[in-house]
Design a protein around this ligand. Structure first.
Ligand SMILES: *Cc1c(COP(=O)(O)O)cnc(C)c1O
Length: 452
């Protein structure tokens, strides 16, 4: 069958994630045959540069020989086993190796199989902790405006991206919302590179009112991905750590997107020099190979569940694929590669070049409001009016027009609204940086000229 025939078969059966399926009439799904490094190849041999890391999870390139080798070796030994009362060497080894790189104080690992599940687990864990330590009044959660924490009901509740959650409002949990940092449109007229997080007063106000009834505050540290790669300073986290301690509120770090070097350090919290009470990791954990996540916490939280069986204090949460050995083998390979190749350090050396060419190419356009970056993540926010920062009418679907054009030219961009971003595998080299930014610029100019 040729690709058109495969596409017809696809659309007969498959309901794709996060898509208006009617859009597929005009833009049918690309039928992928294989991939290597940052290149994805379709069945007709067309190549697409994957600068979104296939939904931010592919860390070290597709079909990485070392990860492939590790997983193949594991496959012939053990594919999966129940993780209650049973364990295996890949899971233990993965935890040993993670201990070397995670923020200080975190030491107990509870496995799940996707990011949203890890967020659910973190929320339940925090709630149960407070129930079992004499704080029955702590029954609520706090989260930032523009947050994204996944798609299951509790994860959607702590999230605040209307596009994903507004229809479900009647069935979501009631979450206390903290007006978070908005550095591009800072209401205090400050700039993220030298402010004192004046906006943190909003958090202080909310904690004063609701801290006592709150179990935990969950944040995407430094980088709010789905909100449009919004970036805020580490000082915010340092202050939040202190505030959470003051009110006996757990600080949950959703490092699902920010972990594994995406922000230039192993974890985004490392920039702030403080540790969360619970940390959720997924995406980069297996290099984007296997659905796996871990909720990592402290001895103190663990101890609040540790008692005689009849006390009823156990954490009765499980996922069938918890601790899957194939996922663990990929996870070990990823950590071994990062250590052996110093991948993050090397990525940090190439990051200024990437940011520079993006600034050089895009800041000349009238409709670029801001180019922001952290690590290799770069975002270009397009606005109707640069002075007032007024956005374009979302009905124009400017970002989507750019997406379609870029695909034709061999780059997988997938803008968030009108925010074009790059979040490539961290092995990306300069020649690919040149190519993908050239294509993005051309497509942006074309799309802008068409809507004017
Ligand atoms: C992707 C993501 C999630 C959800 O992970 P899934 O595996 O898609 O359920 C949660 N939080 C953040 C910050 C994410 O980027």
């Amino acid at each position: 069958m040729n690709s058109t025939e495969w596409q017809k078969e696809d659309m007969k059966y498959i309901w794709h994630p996060c898509s208006q399926m009617k859009d597929y009439e005009e833009l049918p799904p690309i039928v992928v045959d294989h991939a290597k490094g940052i290149n994805i190849y379709d069945v007709d041999g067309n190549c697409y540069k994957d600068v979104v890391s296939s939904w931010w999870c592919n860390l070290l390139g597709h079909c990485n020989p070392d990860i492939n080798k590790a997983m193949k070796a594991q496959l012939d030994k053990l594919e999966h086993v129940i993780f209650a009362n049973f364990t295996h060497i890949p899971a233990i080894t993965l935890c040993q190796k993670l201990m070397e790189v995670i923020p200080k104080g975190l030491c107990k690992f509870n496995f799940a199989d996707n990011g949203s599940a890890a967020v659910e687990m973190a929320l339940k864990m925090s709630f149960q902790y407070h129930q079992q330590t004499g704080n029955k009044q702590k029954v609520k959660f706090m989260a930032l405006t523009d947050a994204y924490h996944g798609e299951t009901i509790a994860a959607l509740s702590v999230g605040a991206c209307d596009l994903y959650s507004s229809i479900y409002k009647p069935i979501l949990m009631d979450v206390t919302r903290v007006q978070g940092p908005d550095c591009f449109r800072c209401p205090y007229g400050k700039c993220r590179d030298n402010c004192q997080c004046e906006c943190f007063e909003k958090a202080e106000e909310i904690f004063a009112k609701h801290g006592d009834e709150t179990c935990a505050m969950i944040v995407e540290p430094l980088l709010q991905g789905s909100a449009g790669m919004k970036i805020y300073p580490p000082l915010y986290l340092t202050k939040l750590r202190k505030l959470c301690d003051k009110y006996n509120v757990h600080l949950i770090a959703d490092e699902i997107a920010t972990g594994y070097g995406r922000t230039g350090k192993m974890f985004a919290f490392d920039h702030a020099g403080v540790s969360p009470d619970i940390m959720c990791i997924s995406k980069g954990l297996t290099g984007g190979y296997m659905p796996m996540s871990i909720c990592i916490t402290t001895q103190k939280i663990y101890d609040a569940f540790y008692a005689d069986y009849l006390s009823g204090k156990a954490f009765m949460h499980s996922h069938t694929y918890a601790g899957n050995p194939l996922g663990c083998s990929a996870g070990i390979a990823v950590l071994d590669i990062l250590k052996r190749d110093k991948t993050i350090e090397k990525a940090n050396k190439r990051a200024p070049y990437f940011n520079k060419i993006i600034k050089d190419k895009f800041l000349g356009l009238d409709n670029v409001g801001e180019v922001r970056h952290i690590g290799l993540v770069n975002a270009i926010e397009l606005v109707k009016d640069r002075d007032t920062k007024e956005p374009f009418d979302s009905k124009l679907r400017l970002g989507y027009q750019i997406y379609k054009k870029a695909l034709k030219k061999g780059v997988l961009l997938r803008p968030l609204g009108d925010i074009i971003y790059f979040n490539p595998p961290i092995i990306i080299e300069e020649d690919d940086m040149d190519f993908v930014t050239d294509v993005a610029l051309e497509c942006t100019k074309e799309a802008l000229s068409e809507i004017k």
